[in-house]
Design a protein around this ligand. Structure first.
Ligand code: ATP
Ligand code: PRP
Length: 208
């Protein structure tokens, strides 16, 4: 049995064509089904549908053999117990700092709202900036508007969400894309199932 962990939404949508090229086609549709385990056209391959931030945890503990997770999630999760064999180049965006358009340059002691607590701590420490990090689970853009924080650390794609809330992107922390992650024990025990899948993903990506 091979279990692949993916999150609903953009990663699932972008992963479907890659999986299809490897002849893995889900039978159930997470948009219409409440099922968390999706059957596929192979009796021995299933997809588990979980929160994006939970993908590394499932794969690290072997609850899933493989997973697809954003690099933002992976650097925040910080595990040495995962193989990361492939950049799938899907769900691309940038991890950035952002602040209100009229706000001065970030300096001194600042408050930062983010769901990427460890990454933000490392980033500001590396710049020698004293930052108090406030953990939020969403709608980070609201924090500077209501005086909760001076700036945010979040992913940015089109910049529309920032603009719509009177914020602007400031500093690039990292370019982000989704990666294939593999459980270390599965990589050894299920090599004959997993390696051809990695090879096929690689082939598809090379043709894009
Ligand atoms: P969770 O449900 O665990 O809180 P989430 O809501 O961030 O996670 P998604 O919005 O589906 O989950 O994002 C999944 C991944 O897609 C992120 O980890 C990031 O790598 C990438 N991503 C997030 N926002 C964008 C965006 N606007 N454009 C492109 N990629 C994005
Ligand atoms: C992400 C992110 C930003 C937005 C950036 O939110 O948290 O709010 O995308 O994209 P943009 O630069 O193209 O506007 P998402 O759409 O995933 O919503 P959620 O995090 O609340 O699920």
């Amino acid at each position: 049995m091979l279990t692949i962990a993916v999150s609903k939404g953009r990663i699932y949508d972008d992963a479907l064509p890659l999986l299809a090229e490897a002849n893995i086609i889900p039978i159930d549709d997470p948009k219409t089904s409440r099922k968390l385990i999706l059957r596929t056209n192979h009796d021995d391959v299933k997809l588990v549908i979980i929160r994006a931030t939970d993908v590394p945890t499932f794969v690290e503990y072997g609850a899933a053999d493989l997973g697809i997770a954003g690099k933002d999630v992976l650097i925040e999760h910080q595990s040495d117990n995962l193989y990361e064999p492939l950049d799938l180049k899907i769900a691309c965006c940038k991890l950035m700092t952002a602040a209100p358009t009229d706000a001065p340059e970030i300096s001194g002691r600042i408050r930062v709202a983010t769901k990427y607590v460890k990454t933000a701590e490392r980033y500001f420490a590396g710049k020698g900036i004293q930052a108090e990090i406030i953990k939020l689970y969403g709608a980070m853009e609201l924090a500077p508007i209501v005086g909760l924080a001076d700036c945010i650390v979040d992913v940015v794609d089109t910049g529309n969400t920032l603009r719509a809330n009177g914020l602007e992107p400031r500093e690039l922390i990292m370019n982000i894309s989704s990666r294939l992650v593999v459980n270390k024990a599965s990589m050894k025990m299920k090599h004959q199932l997993i390696q051809p899948l990695i090879d096929q993903f690689e082939k598809t990506l090379a043709q894009r």
